[in-house]
Design a protein. Structure first.
Length: 439
C-alpha cells in the first residue's frame, strides 16, 4: 500500500473556521490525506483564513512567504488558501504569491477534492463562487472516529446586517440556514462518537430559520429538538445579534435543561450615535432592556460581549457611554478591539480617531472588563458547578474542563477521564481559571 498523503491545516479566526477546517480535512481524507501537525511533513498546506482582524491579508502573504524554502525543497508540495481572505482576494493571491496552487472560498470547500486533483495535475485551482448547492450535503458522511467531548456544529452562515465595519456579508454572503433534519442527523452522529456538548455556530446564529417539518424553525425550536437527543448533555450557541434575540429563545434560556447559562451578545458600543454610524440597528437602551429580560428568564446567566473602540467619529463622550453600559451589564467575558479599517466597508472612508487616543480608550475599557471578569470569577469560590472534563491539565494527575458558565476549571488527584461530567466545588480563583474538588 502507498503511504498516505499528509495535510497540514492552519486555522485563523473564529470557531466557524475551526469547524470548516475539520470538514475540509474530512473532504480531503477521501483523497488519501491524513492530518499532520507539521508543515515540514506535509504534501499539502492549507491556510484557512479570517478577514476580521487588521491587515488580515498581509498576514496571510507573510505566512505564505515562510513556505518559499519548503516549496523549493519539495516541488510537489501543494499550497492552498481557504476562508474569508481567499474569498476577498481571489486570483490576486496567486498573482502576488505564485507558490499558491489552490484558492477556495468558504462556500466552496466541498469542491476541494476536484480542486486538489487540478492542482496535482499542475494547474492553478480557483473557486470563490457562491454555489447554489448545499456544501454540507455534498460533503461525504463524517468518519466514525471517536471524538472529544465537545464539538462545533455550523447551523447558519452569512450575514444580512451590513455593519459599517464588517466584511462578513461580502466574504460569507447572505444569511443561509441549514435544514433542521440535517443538523439533527449530524448532532446525533457526533453524540454517537463521544460528543457530550455541542456549540451551534453562525455569523448570526440566532437568525437561524432552517426548514423544519412544519415550516421554518427558529433557533429555539432547533435547540428544543437537540434537547431530545440522548447522550447530548449540553447545548451552546454563538454568535448572536441583539435584533434576533426572539421571545422563544429568551424563554428557552429559562426552561431548556440542556441550554447552558452563557450568552455571547455583542453590543459594540454604548453610544447611540456610534451604534447608528455602525448600522447596528439597536440602541444602548434597547440592548440593556434585552439584557434585563434575559436575566429575568435565567438570573444566573453569564453574559459575554464584543466592543470596538476608536470607531470613526467616536468622541470621549461616546466612549464614556460605552464604559457606562459595561458598568451596568457587568460581563463575565468580553472581547474588545481598537477599530481598524476594512477596505470596501463604509467606515473605511470616514475620518479616523487618533490612534493614540484609541489605544488609551482600549486600555481603559479592558481594565474595567478585567475587573468585572475577575470579580465574577472570584464569586464562584465555594459554589458547586457542573464540569465537563475535556483533557489532562499541565500538572500530573490534573484534569481540565468547563463549567456551565464556560469557566475553565481544573481538578487534581481525582479519577477522571475526558467526557466525565461531575459536580465540583470551587476552592480557588486564579488569573484565568478556577480550581476545585470533585464532590
Amino acid at each position: 500500500m502507498s503511504e498516505p498523503k499528509k495535510l497540514y491545516i492552519k486555522t485563523y479566526g473564529c470557531q466557524m473556521n475551526v469547524y470548516d477546517s475539520e470538514r475540509m480535512s474530512e473532504a480531503l481524507g477521501g483523497q488519501g490525506y491524513v492530518e499532520t501537525q507539521s508543515p515540514e511533513d506535509a504534501d499539502m498546506i492549507l491556510l484557512n483564513t479570517c478577514h476580521i482582524r487588521e491587515k488580515a491579508a498581509e498576514k496571510v502573504y507573510s505566512e505564505l512567504g515562510r513556505f518559499k524554502g519548503l516549496k523549493a525543497e519539495k516541488p510537489d508540495l501543494k499550497i492552498g488558501v481557504a476562508g474569508c481572505v481567499a474569498q476577498a482576494e481571489g486570483e490576486e493571491i496567486m498573482r502576488r504569491q505564485p507558490l499558491v496552487d489552490l484558492v477556495v472560498g468558504p462556500q466552496s470547500y466541498h469542491r476541494l477534492p476536484e480542486l486538489e486533483a487540478k492542482a496535482r495535475a499542475g494547474e492553478k485551482a480557483l473557486d470563490t463562487d457562491f454555489p447554489e448547492e448545499d456544501k454540507f450535503e455534498k460533503l461525504k458522511n463524517r468518519p466514525k472516529a471517536k471524538r472529544g467531548p465537545t464539538a462545533f456544529l455550523t447551523v447558519q452562515e452569512g450575514c444580512d446586517k451590513f455593519c459599517a465595519f464588517c466584511v462578513v456579508p461580502y466574504t460569507r454572503g447572505a444569511e443561509v440556514s441549514r435544514p433542521a433534519d440535517r443538523i439533527l442527523r449530524e448532532a446525533q452522529d457526533l453524540v454517537e462518537r463521544g460528543v457530550r456538548e455541542i456549540t451551534l455556530l453562525g455569523q448570526n446564529v440566532n437568525a437561524y430559520h432552517g426548514a423544519g417539518p412544519d415550516g421554518d424553525m427558529t433557533l429555539a425550536g432547533l435547540i428544543w429538538e437537540l434537547n431530545k437527543i440522548d447522550g447530548l448533555e449540553r447545548i451552546r450557541f454563538t454568535t448572536s445579534h441583539p435584533n434576533d434575540m426572539t421571545d422563544d429563545l429568551i424563554e428557552a434560556h429559562g426552561t431548556c435543561e440542556k441550554l447552558m447559562p452563557y450568552l455571547h451578545l455583542p453590543v459594540q458600543s454604548g453610544s447611540d450615535k456610534i451604534l447608528k454610524r455602525m448600522n447596528r440597528s439597536h440602541t444602548a437602551e434597547s440592548y440593556l432592556r434585552l439584557i434585563e429580560r434575559i436575566r429575568e428568564a435565567r438570573p444566573d446567566i453569564l453574559m459575554s460581549g464584543d466592543f470596538i473602540v476608536g470607531f470613526p467619529e467616536e468622541t470621549e463622550e461616546d466612549f464614556q457611554a460605552t464604559l457606562d453600559l459595561v458598568e451596568q451589564v457587568r460581563y463575565g467575558y468580553a472581547y474588545s478591539f481598537k477599530y481598524s479599517t476594512r477596505p470596501g466597508t463604509p467606515a473605511a472612508e470616514r475620518p479616523q480617531v487618533d490612534p493614540q487616543e484609541a489605544d488609551d480608550r482600549l486600555q481603559r475599557l479592558q481594565a474595567l472588563i478585567t475587573r468585572h471578569q475577575r470579580e465574577i470569577q472570584d464569586a464562584m469560590v465555594d459554589r458547586t458547578v457542573r464540569v465537563l472534563f475535556e483533557k489532562p491539565g499541565r500538572l500530573a494527575g490534573q484534569m481540565v474542563g468547563k463549567s456551565e458558565y464556560l469557566h475553565a476549571v481544573h481538578v487534581s488527584g481525582a479519577d477522571l477521564s475526558a467526557g466525565d461530567l461531575r459536580n465540583v466545588r470551587i476552592t480557588a480563583s486564579g488569573a484565568n481559571s478556577l480550581a476545585g474538588e470533585v464532590l
